[in-house]
Design a binder for this molecule. Structure first.
Ligand code: S3P
Length: 434
């Protein structure tokens, strides 16, 4: 049975909270820890279903992994060639990152493996990874129109390529770089726009530094990874719901502790500041090559803006929440250049527009974005379409609605933010579950 959120309007967000660990970094810590030599110790690991899907996949390939226990995980690395053929199909659940990064990492292992997922993941495009991997002489099949399951046939050695990505995607970039660790030379990926660079940063933490020249990133197939210690920062994408909630709810004053503010992920801070948000970064430091800070947010009236396109890939997961900020802003907010939102856990342009319209917000979806006129809105029933970020965004929208909001189908919030309802309640959101 599905989980639904019920949120009453009013209240503000206050106090000091720590949101769960970064999802992107948690996935990569298991993947690189598994193929490194030695024992990797991870703290702050996201105990969400997506990261657990990655963990289960490596256990199925013979990697001994202890935990997670209060965010602590120990990965007994088997080295680059130590993975074993799994005895069953690997289920990536709802996690696109698991499927896409594994497709690259497993393409040159020399064993057969099938990657599948839940109903949502089975609808997401995989040709974007299969096409470059085939150029690397991987033998990989997708289903009709490039959808999963992905069937990887045994190939021992891949061919190095120089590949220009047709879209800004850190998952596709990472899949090719991970495949490049099994190629016969130097593999280069060229990005049309900068995307999150956690794979590159974490390879360096594991003792191998990829060459980065502007938007060209190269790895050598001879790279060897050495176990390390990883402290996963809190996820800026999860912190976003509280940044937006605090910005729109009068009286809010909240601090989000030890959040990753990697410059390839901080678009949300820049966009909210352009809208007039009151956001301060405190106690800035660096952990394992990743920048971290406490984020202090106070209520401030927001203004509509045309979101600069160069910030889109740096805030790609934050638009559902940013649309709620726009609905609360004075004037019009315009997003363009964000067609990738249509192929996330849901079509986030359409699903957000439908939800916003149903509570009385003037929202117009466009092929690559949205136009939102800020103003008062009422309550209603929102279909999240099983998309965690849609569910949490509309939960925050209730802070300033004139009536209750019910969000249907919220069980997938646990993919990225287990315990969201409890933490949000502690901070002041009037939320209950059914
Ligand atoms: C991710 C990359 C992004 C993002 C996803 C996580 C990653 O996807 O939306 O939540 O960890 O590399 P795309 O690469 O499809 O943009």
């Amino acid at each position: 049975m599905g989980v639904n959120f019920h949120i009453s309007p009013g209240g503000s967000l206050t106090g000091r909270i720590r949101v769960p660990g970064d999802k992107s970094i948690s996935h990569r810590s298991i993947m690189l820890g598994a193929i490194a030599e030695g024992v990797t110790k991870i703290s702050g690991f996201l105990e969400g279903e997506d990261a657990l899907s990655t963990m289960n996949a490596f256990r199925a390939m013979g990697v001994v992994i202890e935990g997670p226990h209060h965010g602590h995980v120990v990965v007994h690395g088997v080295g680059k060639r130590g993975l074993k053929a799994p005895q069953t199909i690997i289920d990536c659940g709802n996690s696109g990152t698991t499927m896409r990064l594994l497709s690259g990492l497993l393409a040159g292992q020399g064993f057969a493996v099938t990657l599948t997922g839940d109903d949502t993941l089975l609808k997401r495009p995989m040709a974007r990874v299969a096409t470059p991997l085939k150029l690397m002489e991987a033998h990989i099949d997708t289903q009709e129109s490039g959808r999963p399951p992905l069937i990887i046939h045994p190939v021992n050695q891949l061919k190095a390529i120089d590949y220009t990505l047709p879209m800004a995607s850190a998952q596709v970039k990472s899949a090719i770089l991970l495949a490049g660790l099994y190629a016969d030379g130097v593999t280069t990926v060229v990005e049309p726009e900068i995307t999150r660079d956690h794979t590159e940063k974490m390879l360096e933490a594991f003792g191998y530094k990829p060459e980065v020249l502007g938007n060209r990133i190269s790895v050598d197939g001879s790279a060897v990874l050495k176990a390390t210690t990883i402290d996963v920062p809190a996820d800026i994408s999860s912190a976003t719901f509280f940044m937006v909630g605090a910005s729109i709810a009068p009286g809010s004053n909240i601090t989000l502790e030890k959040v990753g503010i990697n410059p390839t992920r901080d678009g949300v801070i820049k966009i909210l500041r352009l809208m007039g948000a009151d956001i301060e970064l405190l106690n800035e430091s660096s952990v394992g090559g990743e920048k971290v800070a406490d984020i202090h947010v106070k209520y401030a009236p927001l203004q509509g803006i045309h979101i600069p396109e160069e910030l889109v890939s740096l805030a790609i997961d934050e638009f559902p929440a940013l649309f709620i900020a726009a609905a609360n802003a004075n004037g019009t907010t315009i997003l363009t250049g964000a067609e990738e939102l249509r192929v996330k856990e849901s079509d986030r342009i359409q699903v957000m527009a439908t939800g916003l319209l149903s509570i009385g917000v003037k929202a117009t979806p466009t092929p690559d974005g949205m136009i939102i006129h800020g103003g008062a809105y009422h309550g209603g029933v929102i279909q999240s379409h099983g998309d965690h970020r849609i569910a949490m965004s509309f939960a925050m929208a209730a802070l300033t609605a004139s009536d209750d909001i019910t969000v249907i189908d919220c069980q997938n919030v646990a993919t990225s933010f287990p315990g969201f309802d409890q933490l949000a309640k502690t901070a002041g959101l009037k939320i209950s579950l059914s």
